[in-house]
Write a protein that binds this ligand. Structure first.
Ligand SMILES: [Zn+2]
Ligand SMILES: [Zn+2]
Length: 499
């Protein structure tokens, strides 16, 4: 029976190339003699093939290599201030995107690490634009995937420029920024970059608590450009720490807001002036081909937002701020700020407080309530229960649910993002009220506060402790707990849609 040692070296080389991930690859080469020998016999071709499998086509390899080489070039300057700008710019422009450039081991490692980030971000991108049911693998075609990854590697480079204290000043002036960032790219390629940055900004915002995301939405394209794809990926994977991963935008960069979007026009002018005329398409095309037909329709507002629409088939992939750990932020400002209700709610979900330092209540009492986490609680299950809340009868809760506009909506009905957010925000406190009474029957003996979840006195420790606030108040009218309490009403139109 053949063993690894008796296999011909070329077969062993094929085994190496087929390994999943660079870490496994390195471990195999370092721990197994047979594979180590095969690797040494044809090091260059094995590494090249492995890189190709991990990165994508020639264009992606070219973009990734250029990013890694310029990064090394900047590192070699040791942060020495740039005194001769034209010389510096010429130095950068001498680096061309070329797939045949050979890399140092350090550059190779950088490309492999970025390949992993590209792969993971592509899955999230695929879910947003290609197929809303994308699960663990991207649904992009090979050509679409290459275009996406090429843009990500170029954005890595832009973030390296902005984060470098010596290059940052050149990023602030359009005369140096446009050639630095976009060089000889086609206008279509620049358009792709801005499109991906826009997607990154939306993805970043969806990692943050809903109120915070609303307040800051305008600045997020800059935050993402500044932070770069790796930090966005980390924020996406660990949304509870998103704020720590995403960099605060430098004050000087912040003043540039708006100018960056104009870059595509400047770039077009530069290309026509210099006669460097890479193919400039008449109309821009999107990274992924759009599906034929009008697209899916929101059952509540009839919007057609492409793949960014949810029913029970993709509830496991709702925005990251709706994960169990962040759900408390959807309870509304006052109820989420009620230390007593908050404590019980988080314990019921079985999660840690996502912002343990934020809530500072004076004279808070010890909470001695026996409450264990509900078993098998998942976001899809909670969404099912939110839509199934009973709305018949004359209780205030039933009247509230009858008027919130989600009556009759089921798990089979599609909801766009603003409608999904409205639904979660308005129904979660009612859901919690019924769950709490079932889990802690003694709560029924407490008096209901007249203002219910909207009560503004919930920050007062004794009042919060002595009254039930997970209920609808006497005076709820048509008000939507979530929108009102987050003081973002001005951002909504009368029909309840985000402006
Ligand atoms: Zn809608
Ligand atoms: Zn109250």
């Amino acid at each position: 029976m053949p063993t690894l040692e008796t296999l011909p070296p070329e077969i062993r080389a094929l085994i190496l190339v087929a390994l999943d991930g660079y870490t496994t690859f390195k471990a195999a080469v370092l721990s197994c003699h047979a594979l180590h020998d095969a690797f040494n016999a044809s090091k260059k071709s094995i590494l090249a093939q492995f890189l190709r499998n991990a990165l994508g086509g020639d264009e992606v390899i070219a973009a990734a290599t250029r990013t890694a080489c310029i990064e090394a070039h900047l590192r070699s300057r040791n942060n020495i201030a740039i005194d001769n700008v034209p010389e510096f710019m010429n130095g950068i422009q001498a680096f061309k995107e070329d797939a045949s450039v050979s890399q140092s081991p350090r550059e190779y490692e950088a490309c492999m690490a970025r390949a992993h980030v590209c792969e993971e971000l592509e899955v999230a991108y695929s879910r947003s634009f290609k197929d809303r049911k994308t699960d663990e693998r991207s649904c992009l075609t090979v050509a679409e995937s290459d275009r996406f990854r090429m843009a990500i590697h170029r954005l890595f480079l832009i973030s390296i420029y902005i984060q470098s204290i010596v290059v940052l000043p050149l990023c602030l002036s359009v005369a140096t920024r446009v050639p630095l960032f976009y060089g000889e790219f086609s206008v279509q390629a620049v358009f792709d970059l801005l499109h991906i940055v826009d997607w990154m900004a939306k993805t970043a915002m969806e990692c943050l608590p809903p109120g915070t995301a609303m307040r800051r939405q305008g600045t997020y394209p800059l935050v993402c450009l500044f932070s770069g794809p790796l930090r966005l990926y980390n924020a996406y994977m660990h949304p509870g720490q998103a704020d720590a991963f995403l960099r605060k935008v430098d004050r000087r960069v912040r003043r540039q807001f708006g100018a960056w979007e104009q870059d595509i026009l400047h770039h077009r002018q530069i290309l026509s002036r210099t006669g460097v005329q890479p193919e400039v398409p008449q109309d821009m095309s999107s990274v992924v081909g759009l599906a034929a037909g009008p697209g899916l329709e929101c059952s509540k507002c009839q919007a057609r937002p492409g793949e960014r629409i949810w029913d029970q088939q993709n509830w496991m992939h709702v925005p990251r701020n709706m994960r169990l750990e962040g759900l408390v932020d959807w309870m509304g400002y006052h109820l989420a700020g009620n230390y007593y209700e908050r404590d019980l709610f988080l314990r019921y979900l079985g999660v840690e407080d996502p912002h343990p330092k934020q809530l500072r209540i004076r004279n808070a009492r010890q909470i001695n309530v026996a409450l264990s986490p509900a078993p098998d609680l998942t976001i899809p299950r909670i969404l099912t229960e939110l839509l199934a809340l009973p709305h018949t009868g004359n209780t205030k809760e039933a009247l509230y649910l009858q008027r919130d506009g989600f009556n009759g909506v089921t798990g089979n009905d599609l909801l766009c993002l603003p409608c999904l957010e409205d639904m979660v925000g308005s129904r979660l406190p009612v859901w919690w009220g019924s769950k709490k009474l079932a889990a802690v029957p003694d709560e029924a003996n407490k008096p209901k506060c007249l203002f219910g979840m909207e009560c503004t006195e919930q920050k007062i420790a004794d009042h919060a402790y002595d009254h039930n606030h997970a209920c609808v108040g006497n005076d709820f009218g048509f008000l939507d707990g979530y929108k009102e309490s987050n003081k973002i009403k001005g951002m909504y139109t009368k029909a309840g849609k985000r402006r």
